[in-house]
Design a protein around this ligand. Sequence first.
Ligand SMILES: Nc1ncnc2c1ncn2[C@@H]1O[C@H](COP(=O)(O)OP(=O)(O)OP(=O)(O)O)[C@@H](O)[C@H]1O
Ligand SMILES: [Mg+2]
Length: 512
Amino acid sequence: MVSPSTMAAVRKSGAIPNSEFLMTAEGIRKEFPGVVALDDVSFRLKRGSVHALMGENGAGKSTLMKILAGIYQPDRGRIQLKGADIRLDSPLDALENGIAMIHQELNLMAQMTVAENIWIRREPLTRFGFVDHAEMNRKTAALFDRLNIVLHPQTDVGELSVANRQMVEIAKAVSYESDVLIMDEPTSALTEREVEHLFRIIRDLRDQGIGIVYITHKMNELFEIADECSVFRDGRYIATHASSQVTRDDIIRMMVGREITQMFPKAEVPLGAVVLSVKNLTLNGVFKDVSFDVRAGEILGVAGLVGSGRSNVAETLFGVTPASSGTIAIDGKQLAIDSPTEAIRNRMAFLTEDRKETGCLLILDVLENMQIAVLQDKFVSRGFVEESKVSAACEEMCRKLRVKTPSLGERIENLSGGNQQKVLIGRWMLTDPRILILDEPTRGIDVGAKAEIHRLVSEMTRNGVAVIMISSEMPEVLGMSDRIMVMHEGRVTGFLDRSEATQIKVMDLASR
Ligand SMILES: Nc1ncnc2c1ncn2[C@@H]1O[C@H](COP(=O)(O)OP(=O)(O)OP(=O)(O)O)[C@@H](O)[C@H]1O
Ligand SMILES: [Mg+2]
């Protein structure tokens, strides 16, 4: 069957769809002020295939895909859809030609329902011309049914977890019945079970002949889901290979142009006194009776499925949502932490999992974002902030984390996703915290920078910082934690020591 979108493409380009490739881009160049994001790049997507894009943060992956999805216009180059030249002037234009993209940064409207978000600007109407909510909810339910997604169409998106929002974005893209589906790090907020679910959806779509572009930093996903893989480095195209023909090390070498020796450079440091002690912490209806201690120099990993309450506990510790009952003590002294200001005053730092909503201040530049939490004693002399000291420290941090930016004055929204994350991590590291809470710290971060972040966290533990690290990435939890606390549905189901922890034990506790 020829889908309506295919017909639209044929009408628009006047070509008969017969090329081996669904979509191709040749000689693409794209410049932004101060950056050549893409330089003479090529890419070819086959029908019925999953094509992974790999490359370090800032390599140009998202930019290339935004060009294929009509969001950016290339400065130079040629794009073909089913063998015919095409010009995509807008995202709508791309959608009408059967190209849909799921963005790296989620784009849903929090104050609208799930159904309204999915059918926005193409709502079914009643014969009087009003939005037919009943029909819209029915269509949403049918779509979710087909994709096995268990969500209510009338829930406000603002109430959903990041993972569920990601599932809604995926459903929305699928609902356009496109021939080309571009996914930019779709699993960054999903845990293993949800990733499996997404992979089932992807395989299904692939078997229907859809071409899927899949951007990821997770090497295991590449081998599990992708048929082919193209690697980019610094805005240049490096190579394309069948994923069965390459190894993990081959890919890393192509990506970074150097060897990466140690993935989880955990420092073995002697543990000090208990810094943070949490007893029977409860947030009514969200989590209950959470108790744990974290010592100086210790990394407490927190594992669990999405929705297990891990991030909620972190938010309560940081005073975002004060607890209903239970106690928090720092250095043995019980404290009422009822606001983030109070938490920061007690030298806590919190890297949130959702960088767009609570993390970055998108209108500020790199420097401003970094220094925001730094305005403290070490940069203040006789009541004045020593600007030069602050920028020197920020500059140094950017260098350590290899933040790719034209300058510290660049607006953060212009940075690639992974580089935004690096700026946020840098910000908290600069505050010299005693308690560092990291929620999915290396989400969307490339392999090289990931190792660097792990090294920096390790270095901080050596200086006696107590770290709580929430992570859905099993190798990271197992590689970095001294102890792992596992949660399920708002309760702690167990603790595992570094020496005894295995993926199976963690998964077992996570589903209890
Ligand atoms: N709108 C923009 N304005 C200015 N510079 C931009 C803009 N979009 C991207 N860039 C720059 O272009 C380069 C490529 O960015 P891109 O987002 O394509 O990288 P990426 O490969 O997707 O990285 P990541 O893995 O971190 O998501 C980066 O240096 C980025 O800072
Ligand atoms: Mg990107």
